[in-house]
Design a protein around this ligand. Structure first.
Ligand code: SAH
Length: 393
């Protein structure tokens, strides 16, 4: 393992367990590591401080450990066992009514660059760094041996999440198993999971708790689920007793998915209809007072800090449409999953929309990512999902 020497004074954030080392902090490396190699990090006076994966770009190292220990089979087993232990504490394991949860959430589980979602007897592993890509077989082996999870299949899905410049020519595919029953259960509802072609690992696991809250408010309401993707919110709204549920997504594939998931839980239910349409066009053209529960869960408007201004305008424009059209006494669930947009900035964007609409608006709930997407206290950047539930008079 090559040694990476930090510049003087650049060890402060590491002493506070922040798991990234920026390229500007690097004095020199004893040799030339390949992207994804492990490096041993020392301070300017040669004291050990961390071991991590070296990578090309502004983040030079993603730290795996602050202890001088081997990164071997036992390391991966201990880290995954620790992640599973936390899911047990959250009440997410060993359940018949809920087989879907996130086992590893990157920095939140001290495994920067790694995501693992569990769908019944299948784990979907996603690498966001070359280092984790290199370790994928070790991770799969450790996963398989984990006590308390019965996995038949481990699917690796990193085609779109790895830095493309690394030119790894990676493919998605099974690391273990191959035959997968692709129906997973979330809070007693069933969903087809398309880990092969779907976004993220095939499903947005992070909205589980917020979907349950939609169910709570759905009784007797006319629901619009905008940016529906696989239709999680729609299926919960139907179970909650909504009188009508309309799902909208610009992708025709998503409309197929939502229809399939509704059929799986509520066959031939005439309360539901799905539309392949652009959100802004749909909101522009829809009649006033058609809905009294609207969900807006758009894709990240700002993927980087430099897109922030436009993103905030986008959130204001989108929410303004909903405020203008929602029936009096209506409830709006509005989300942002852009990590670059802070809770305060999002709230200001929505506040601006409310003021422009002239409606009287109250905040009922402030929502965030669920427990199985934990935020490492030393890495506040891990907070990304935020939402508001608003009562519109
Ligand atoms: N609410 C979903 C996740 C939404 S992901 C869930 O709970 O699973 C964002 C979705 O927005 C994607 O499916 C994408 O196809 C859709 N989308 C992106 N741009 C859009 C637009 N302009 N109009 C409508 N849908 C859009």
């Amino acid at each position: 393992m090559l040694t990476l020497h930090l510049k003087r004074g650049k060890d402060e954030s590491l002493k506070r367990f922040h798991p990234w080392i920026f390229s500007g902090a690097v004095h020199h490396i004893d040799g030339q590591p390949a992207e994804g190699d492990l490096v041993r990090v020392v301070t300017s006076d040669d004291t050990f401080i961390a071991i991590g994966h070296w990578q090309i770009g502004s983040i030079a190292v993603r730290v795996l450990t602050f202890v001088d220990e081997p990164i071997d089979e036992s390391f991966w087993q201990r880290r995954l066992a620790c992640a599973l232990q936390a899911r047990k504490a959250m009440g997410l394991t060993g359940r018949q009514d809920n087989t879907t949860f996130r086992l590893v959430h990157g920095e939140g589980d001290s495994l920067p660059g790694l995501v693992i979602d569990i769908y019944g007897r299948t784990a979907v592993v996603q690498a966001h760094s070359v280092g984790m890509h290199v370790c994928r077989q070790n991770i799969a082996a450790a996963l398989q041996q984990l006590d308390g999870l019965q996995l038949d299949n481990i699917f690796y899905k990193s085609e779109t999440t790895l830095p493309f410049k690394a030119e790894l020519g990676q493919e998605n595919g099974f690391l273990i198993g191959g035959e997968a029953d692709n129906v997973a259960i979330e809070n007693g509802l069933r969903f087809h999971i398309d880990w092969l072609r779907g976004q993220k690992t095939g499903f947005f696991v992070d909205q589980r708790d917020n979907r349950a809250l939609v169910e709570h408010y759905a009784q007797g309401r006319s629901v619009l689920n905008m940016f529906c993707y696989t239709g999680g919110f729609s299926v919960y709204a139907l179970r909650g007793g909504a009188v009508k549920v309309h799902s909208v997504d610009s992708s025709a594939k998503a409309v197929e998915l939502v229809n399939a998931n509704v059929a799986l839980n509520f066959p031939d239910d005439s309360r539901h209809e799905a539309f392949a349409e652009d959100a802004f066009r749909f909101l522009q053209q829809m009649e006033e007072d058609a809905y009294d529960l609207i969900i807006l869960d758009p894709p990240a408007f700002a993927k980087h800090k430099d897109a922030l201004r436009n993103a905030l305008k986008g959130y204001t424009r989108l929410n303004l449409r909903a405020f203008e059209k929602i029936r009096p006494g209506g409830i709006l669930f509005t989300f942002s999953c852009s990590q670059a947009v802070s809770k305060e900035q999002f709230r200001t964007a929505v506040f601006t929309a409310a003021a422009l609409s002239g409606r009287n608006v109250r905040i009922l709930h402030q929502l965030h990512q669920p427990a199985d997407h934990p935020i490492n206290i030393y890495h506040p950047e891990g907070e990304y999902l935020k939402g508001l539930v608003l009562y519109v008079e």
